[in-house]
Design a protein around this ligand. Structure first.
Ligand code: ARG
Length: 274
């Protein structure tokens, strides 16, 4: 049974502008946020996931975005491991120890990086290939090129290749907003989010590349969760539906409007555990 970690939105809020979606003028409806978060949990459960919970912490308004604080994985000979993130924003950086403790209590091997001036934002910018054979690493807005290089050096010791991808669209400030692996051969991407070199890398590594429009990407349709033949997405267009159909996936819509005000949607709100 796949395990997935989420954090309840008890203290979720938009208090500053960490990305272009956020605006202090827009109020978050916490009751609605709670309902949306609960439906995401139930859809994950209906798709065969065991949902694990980390306790929310007062004052950590973005802690609900469980994809960022750590990077987790499993590798033969190393077991379950966790790489703590270095978050750009101070309030988000304070979330990291809580997630790290959670993993420590469950016997993850901790891979510490010496970040110095660099940043790395967990599964927001680091995506596993579905079969675990490589990791895609976005940089440019949050994670830095140096952070990705330090991460790549640590992963290479475990024999896991890392593919750096430069991001250029501020609305796609994390890789999980513009790259979504659908299976081992096909991915959804938004062309406008990448440097020329990054695009060449993506075309080299994926057999089928399906394109999202800017509108689809900026409405988080590439921030979906692939699980059990479902694609959990906040919105759907006929074009996206056709792509999913071709890849044998059925769309499941979960409203995440409150979380989109903070620049995140389905994928950002969870971490799959090894
Ligand atoms: N407000 C959060 C931030 O800007 C949103 C994080 C979204 N997470 C993600 N994995 N894309 O840090």
């Amino acid at each position: 049974m796949p395990k997935v970690l989420l954090c309840p939105p008890n203290y979720f809020d938009v208090v500053d502008q960490k990305n272009p979606y956020m605006s202090r003028e827009v109020a978050v409806d916490r009751v609605k946020a709670r309902t949306q978060w609960e439906s995401l949990c139930s859809v994950l459960q209906q798709n065969g996931c065991e949902v694990e919970i980390i306790d929310p912490v007062e004052g950590l308004e973005d802690m609900v975005f469980a994809a960022n604080q750590v990077f987790v994985g499993e590798k033969d000979g190393y077991g379950k491991f966790v790489v703590p993130s270095r978050m750009v924003y101070a309030s988000r950086h304070r979330e990291v120890p809580f997630y790290l403790d959670w993993c420590r209590k469950r016997d993850y091997h901790v891979v510490e990086l010496d970040y110095d001036d660099d940043y790395l934002e967990g599964h927001g910018d680091l995506l596993w290939h579905p079969d675990g054979s490589r990791i895609y690493a976005g940089y440019g807005f949050r994670s830095t090129r140096g952070g990705v290089e330090k991460f790549a050096a640590a992963m290479s010791k475990m024999g896991i290749p890392v593919e750096p991808l430069q991001l250029v669209d501020p609305y796609c400030y994390h890789l999980d907003t513009c790259l979504c692996p659908l299976n081992n051969e096909a991915a959804l991407i938004f062309l406008g989010a990448y440097s020329t070199e990054a695009l060449a890398t993506l075309h080299r590594l994926w057999k089928r590349v399906h394109l999202l429009t800017a509108d689809e990407a900026h409405r988080f349709m590439g921030n979906g969760i692939v699980i059990n033949g479902s694609y959990i997405t906040p919105h759907l267009t006929t074009e996206l539906e056709a792509i999913l159909h071709r890849e044998g996936l059925r769309p499941v819509i979960v409203d995440t409007s409150e979380f989109e005000k903070a620049g995140g949607s389905c994928f950002c709100m969870k971490t799959f555990l090894p």
